[in-house]
Design a protein. Structure first.
Length: 212
């Protein structure tokens, strides 16, 4: 389980939920076979578990669990594993608590709460990184439908402080549907860990010769 540090919402990252990356129809992704570091049987690649729901005949930090809670991964490692592509002024990442499969955020490297304050000289880099993100999703997932969402802070009224926020653009492929569990609990279930999604998108971009 992961918690979005902005919305405070919970996401269940569940590689065993029944869908694998290759189930989305990607020719490029079907060539890869490395499983996720957070999957069962690879407990030695994560921090020690804090809490787990597991069979009574299994040991701590071993296989046989249904839910396993571990410490948040180190920020540097997380950033590296979840980066899809980057250029001089922007970076595209698979967010830590990705609500949806292959969700990608594009953000400016410099903190800026307002999209309307983007400088003209930044627009080419913004267009370039969005082009790569969309090309990667198209080639990896056989051109799926997607939502394209701009998040920006409202401009402060006169005398008010500028809010602490980082504007960004989210690209959310429409690969799965919300079911009764999500509607009933408010928890999202994502069958593809963001680290795995980012790795696969990097491989597709590299295969196409477009990696930044």
């Amino acid at each position: 389980m992961r918690r979005d540090p902005v919305s405070r919402g919970w996401v269940i990252i569940s590689p065993e939920h029944g869908l694998q990356p290759s189930d989305f129809g990607s020719v490029a992704m079907s060539r890869t076979s490395r499983s996720c570091s957070f999957g069962e049987g690879r407990e030695g690649e994560t921090g020690a578990e804090i809490l787990a729901i597991r069979r009574p005949d299994t040991r701590v930090d071993g296989p046989g669990w249904q839910v396993r809670v571990i410490p948040t991964e180190p920020a540097v490692l997380a950033e590296r594993e979840r980066v899809v592509t980057a250029n001089e002024r922007f970076i595209a990442i698979a967010p830590y608590a990705s609500r949806c499969t292959f969700e990608v955020w594009s953000l400016p490297r410099e903190e800026n709460p307002h999209y309307l304050q983007v400088r003209d000289r930044d627009l080419l880099d913004l267009a370039a990184i969005l082009q790569k993100v969309l090309r990667g999703i198209k080639n990896a997932l056989e051109d799926p439908p997607y939502n394209f969402v701009l998040h920006t802070a409202p401009l402060p009224a006169e005398g008010e402080e500028t809010p602490s926020y980082h504007w960004h653009i989210e690209v959310i492929p429409r690969l799965t549907r919300l079911a009764g569990f999500e509607w009933g609990t408010g928890f999202y279930v994502n069958p593809t860990p963001p680290e795995e999604a980012a790795r696969l998108l990097r491989e597709v971009l590299a295969l196409r010769g477009t990696l930044a």
